[in-house]
Design a binder for this molecule. Sequence first.
Ligand SMILES: [Ca+2]
Length: 336
Amino acid sequence: MCSRRQRRSFSLLLVIGLAAPVAAQAPVPPLNAAGNQLVAWSIPSQPRMKVLLDTDIGTDIDDAWALGLLMVSPQVDLVGVTISDGNTAARAKVAAKLLHAGGRGEVPVASGRATPPPDSVDYQFTWAEDFTAVRPIAQSAADFIVETLRRHPGEITLLAVGPLQNIADALRKEPNLGTLAKRVVLMSGSIGGNVWSPTPVAEWNVVRATTDAQLVYSTAPLTIVPLDSTTYVKLRADERARLETHPAAVTRALEALYRLWIGDPTQQMTLHDQMAVAEALQPGAFFGRCTSMPIRVDDKGFTRVDSSGGKPVSVCLEPKRNAFMKFYIDGLLQAK
Ligand SMILES: [Ca+2]
């Protein structure tokens, strides 16, 4: 089981006469009174990346599997999970149970405002409907986002992989949210064609809350991972099999949710939200290019390239499918 991730530092016990070779740049531990080195010595590691995830977990399956990677990644300090869209209370239970199952029950979950539910049956809700061991915090998602970013200005990557009600509500409370965040990364939008359509479509995370998306796109500096990239990345059966048999609690929970989500044996997960996670963790590493484009959200939920009315947005295109999938699966297989 992947329990609470420890701070990533290397602790070396150096004992005189037994000391292993140390990098030339490493400082020398102090000597004791007898002139011997007999101390625990830490070489500071890179600070972990603070990430706040905003998600509509519980409908499509990619949200849970995106959260799974964040839960088990050693380089991530997951500061909280906020819940958007539809039945946010039910979604929050799924997030809380998944975190708890993976030994990360200490990560706060904050619900956003409920909105009219999408026209779908969310079977993943049944997985957590009786779960009470960990409850979402009382604070609203927007208040939690604002307070957390104010507490750590310039340190937190705000990663939104659902409709944008919470990010918009947070912007209404704190117009400088974009500059308080280290980065704002979205799974969002459709610029050109994709696997499903030769022309742009009104992408779910935009069209579900178009007014909120318009505010977010017009206010905060954004990096988006659009359908143009994500629809090319599907989980193959052999890749799922590697994870299906992995014995960690978190991967077992993801498999349980997958079985509730899947409609027929031929269905494949498209890794929309996981690609945004990957972009947040390793900027630019899994795309051929991330290009600045002037983007405007129109009233029908399309992300239009508009040189006169658009605002610069970094758009991640040309996915490196195999490199990403190796990063993703290897990441999940770290779970103990
Ligand atoms: Ca999502």
